[in-house]
Design a binder for this molecule. Structure first.
Ligand code: URA
Length: 217
């Protein structure tokens, strides 16, 4: 293991010596098979047929917002309205999310980006299957890399456990900072859950104040 790391380090140092820091980093970035512009990336993958969800979708829901956002919000999967419009969180839970964002002085297009674990709607809004998540996750990972946020916030248990690989309850994950691909992650409730259980809005407000403070400095 240590030997392997040493070999990799030596390789990186040699390349840096040969090509210089900037060119070398550029080479690394371009080594991904996905394009390095968010819009081009979206156009490249929006006809995806990697899983069966493409058969029932109306629209591929890539995500939307500020491509240089410091705050990246990740939900579970598009619902009926999102599928119809091709935009994330535009149904009832999206309206609540917009209100929450307003309360911390931002909106979905201002220093904020919103997307989902899955880009296509599961029929009847069932939970995403593990194989659907496996197929779709590379898209999310590349999206995260391109946006390069200061903070990722997962909305609901599916997004949290997908990113963090944990089997814990949302309650246990809420008050901690985790890391995914070296990005800090905070976990909070899904707005659809808050609509069903409004007494948790108080906790969600605590979470969003922490989120606001975290991205402020
Ligand atoms: N629920 C989600 O998780 N994502 C959406 O885009 C809409 C509802």
């Amino acid at each position: 293991m240590t030997k392997n790391l040493n070999v990799k380090k030596e390789y990186l140092l040699q390349n840096q010596e040969l090509f210089g820091k900037e060119i070398f980093l550029d080479v690394i970035q371009k080594s991904s098979s996905f394009p390095n512009q968010l819009n081009t990336f979206k156009n490249n993958i929006c006809n995806c047929e990697k899983c069966d969800l493409h058969k029932s979708r109306t629209n591929f829901v890539f995500g939307e917002g500020d491509k240089n956002a410091s705050l990246l919000l990740i939900g579970e999967a598009p619902g009926a309205q999102e599928d119809l419009e091709g935009r994330p969180f535009v149904g009832r839970s999206g309206k609540l999310l917009d209100k929450i964002l307003k309360a911390i002085d931002r909106d979905r297009f201002n220093d904020t980006y919103i997307c989902n674990i899955l880009k296509c709607r599961p029929p009847e809004n069932r939970n995403p299957s593990l194989s659907e998540i496996d197929e779709c996750k590379p898209y999310l990972n590349h999206q995260i890399k391109l946006i390069n946020p200061k903070l990722i916030v997962t909305l609901g248990l599916v997004a949290a456990s997908t990113l963090l690989g944990k089997d814990s309850s949302l309650k246990d994950m809420r008050n901690n900072i985790f890391y995914y691909m070296n990005y800090p992650v905070l976990v909070t409730y899904h707005p659809a859950f808050l609509l069903r259980s409004p007494s948790f809005k108080r906790n969600a407000w605590e979470d969003f104040k922490r989120i606001r403070d975290y991205i402020k400095d």
